[in-house]
Write a protein that binds this ligand. Structure first.
Ligand code: DX5
Ligand code: ZN
Length: 220
């Protein structure tokens, strides 16, 4: 069984205070910080790019789990590697050459992840599974925090978990979007082991305690 990991999404934090927000996340038991990169093309929203991630790196030793929602993310592989990203997870829908882009991420020394939108079938992932460190199944349409969890995506988590076992692979399965202390349980039961949470965590005053509510839900 893969280790359970919590990844607070900094998209839900205060953008004017990333250094402080990173310190806040460091005080919790979270394993990762999830960093959402949006270009206003692949998704309607714009966030920030590799230069901001490089600045964040100076303030934190957390594992940077970067989720790129940008067209042709292969263009930014070396920029993110230089910025200090630990993991670069790219959308299958965002490039004609997903296999080559994942190879490029690994060659740059980062962990490579592939992610699919709610409208993309899991079958498209199968040829990539022996190449990746992480598969991310979106449980909302990407672009914004605070959206409702799409339960039909859980079937895809089950499929990918079954392939992982059949093929004797050991990548992580991450879920992102609408994760709270209830939906996290369904995701874990389906086979996910990395849980991104934005609005559920950051709506609380006490981030440390709120992360523990997710862990408690997983252990019950
Ligand atoms: C959405 C982002 C998510 C977002 C999740 O496009 O990929 O990481 O921050 O936010 P919540 O947990 O509020 O759904
Ligand atoms: Zn994300």
């Amino acid at each position: 069984m893969s280790t359970l990991k919590i990844a607070p999404s900094i998209l839900a934090a205060d953008y004017a205070n990333f250094a402080t927000e990173l310190k806040r996340i460091e005080k919790t038991s979270a394993e990762y910080v999830h960093i959402d990169i949006m270009d206003g093309q692949f998704v309607p929203n714009i966030s920030f790019g590799a230069d901001v991630v490089a600045s964040m790196r100076k303030h934190s030793k957390l594992v940077f789990d970067c989720h790129l929602m940008v067209v042709n993310p292969e263009r930014y592989v070396s920029a993110f590697a230089q910025a200090g990203a630990d993991m670069m997870t790219i959308h299958l829908e965002s490039t004609q050459h997903i296999h080559g882009a994942l190879q490029k991420i690994k060659a740059a020394g980062m962990k490579a992840g592939v992610v699919i939108n709610p409208g993309t079938p899991a079958s498209a992932l199968e040829p990539l599974l022996d190449l990746v460190d992480q598969v991310l199944i979106m449980t909302v349409n990407p672009g914004f925090g605070g959206q409702a969890f799409i339960a039909s995506c859980l079937d895809k988590v089950r499929k990918v978990a079954a392939w992982r076992e059949q093929k004797n692979l050991d990548f992580d399965i991450e879920v992102d979007g609408g994760i709270d202390n209830q939906t996290i349980v369904a995701c874990a039961q389906a086979g996910a082991n990395v849980f991104v949470a934005g609005s559920y965590l950051f709506k609380a005053q006490d981030l440390v305690a709120q992360v523990e509510t997710l862990r408690d839900a997983l252990h019950d």
